[in-house]
Design a protein around this ligand. Sequence first.
Ligand SMILES: [Zn+2]
Length: 74
Amino acid sequence: MGKKVNQEVIPFAANKKWLAIPAATRKELERNVWCVNCIDVVQIVDYVVQDSPPSIALAGKCKNCGNDVARFID
Ligand SMILES: [Zn+2]
C-alpha cells in the first residue's frame, strides 16, 4: 500500500475542488458547455473532473450529440 496512490491524487484533488463549488453552480456549469458539433451551448454528460492548474476542467460528452466536450472552470 502507499506506492501506487500517486496516480489517483490529482483526480481526487480536482474532484474535491469541483465538489467545493455549490451544487446549484455546478449544475449551471454542466449546462453551459459549448459543443463545436452542435454549434450551441449544451449539457455535458459522463464527464470527469480534471486538474487544469490553477483551476479544474470538466471533460465529457455532449448530451445532444455525444461529441467530446470540455469546460474549464475559472
Ligand atoms: Zn453536441
